[in-house]
Design a protein around this ligand. Structure first.
Ligand code: ARG
Length: 283
């Protein structure tokens, strides 16, 4: 059963300069037209949903020539007030790395982030590095290097479990798995290697398993506050599964951003401030 919602703090980047001008995943076709105004309107709706749910949203300035900067999830993963930055796999996205790192360096104090670190190995932030209270689930196979999993473990002092992605349509962990509450996850088994399916089965015997029809509309690219799960409107089966487990599905249409292989989670970087030791030990 779903737990109570907790107030979250997200970092987002308006898709002012969004387009699809290169192809670094199978969803991207530079010859297909993109409606940037519609992308902005759909993104504004997502931001409004977070605000209406009572969450806090900070913004980072978009940069001309960096069309994928809207996918803030890739800019870092922030755990216990420590921002583990991004080192991108593809040349086209490399300049985003310093933009996000600088944001955390300049806004750190006001948002409760005490340090920011640039990994040596390729790491694409929350695209591949999903935090739960018990452990960090870390994807590899297409983008993030397993060496970055170990760097993250050393940097934040939390267990990092490596998971191997095998289907190029699900190139980031957050396209194949979502954290729903402290103990519950949903994932699409076919996106993972046999070994990683085994690991997930053992760690999460009660996980929700997504169907093909929901995975292929990027339904797994969802954002949960422990109770409300913001997910693509096209993922109707998954919305039903979530409701059956006591979660409240909140649907959004991000059809334009999907042309780049992104959904609501890709647009959303969660800022987890440092939690005081007395609070953590009581948790
Ligand atoms: N076009 C972007 C890329 O291929 C999409 C990134 C989506 N972000 C995510 N967290 N899955 O890098």
């Amino acid at each position: 059963m779903a737990t109570a919602a907790t107030r979250r703090h997200y970092l987002m980047c308006r898709p002012t300069y969004f387009t699809v001008s290169y192809a670094i995943n199978p969803w991207m076709h530079p010859d297909v037209a993109v409606d940037t105004d519609l992308a902005v309107a759909q993104w504004e709706n997502l931001r409004r949903i977070y605000l209406d749910l009572g969450h806090e949203v900070s913004l980072i300035d978009p940069v001309p020539g960096l069309p994928d900067m809207v996918f803030a999830a890739n800019g870092a993963v922030v755990v216990d007030g420590l921002a583990f930055g991004a080192r991108f796999r593809h040349l086209e996205r490399m300049p985003e790395s310093t933009r996000y790192l600088e944001w955390f360096k300049t806004h750190g104090v006001e948002v409760g982030v005490r340090d920011a670190y640039l990994p040596l190995a390729v790491a694409e932030g929350e695209g591949d590095l999903l935090t739960t209270p018990a452990r960090i689930l870390a994807g590899t196979g297409f983008r993030t290097d397993p060496a970055a999993h170990r760097e993250l473990e050393e940097y934040v002092g939390r267990e990092v479990v490596s998971l191997e992605l095998v289907d190029p349509r699900f190139y980031h962990l957050d396209t194949a798995l979502a954290v729903l509450d402290d103990e519950t996850i949903v994932y699409y088994p076919a996106a993972f290697s046999a070994g990683s399916r085994q690991v997930l089965g053992e760690l999460y015997p009660d996980a929700l398993l997504a169907e093909d029809a929901d995975a292929v509309v990027l339904g797994l690219n969802a954002v949960s506050d422990g109770r409300h799960v913001v997910l693509p409107v096209q993922a109707t089966g998954l919305a039903r599964q979530l409701a059956e487990r006591g979660f409240e599905p909140v649907t959004v249409d991000l059809s334009e951003l999907r042309k780049s292989g992104g959904g609501p989670k890709c647009c959303t970087l969660e800022i987890r401030p440092e939690i005081r030791p007395e609070v953590r030990s009581g948790a």
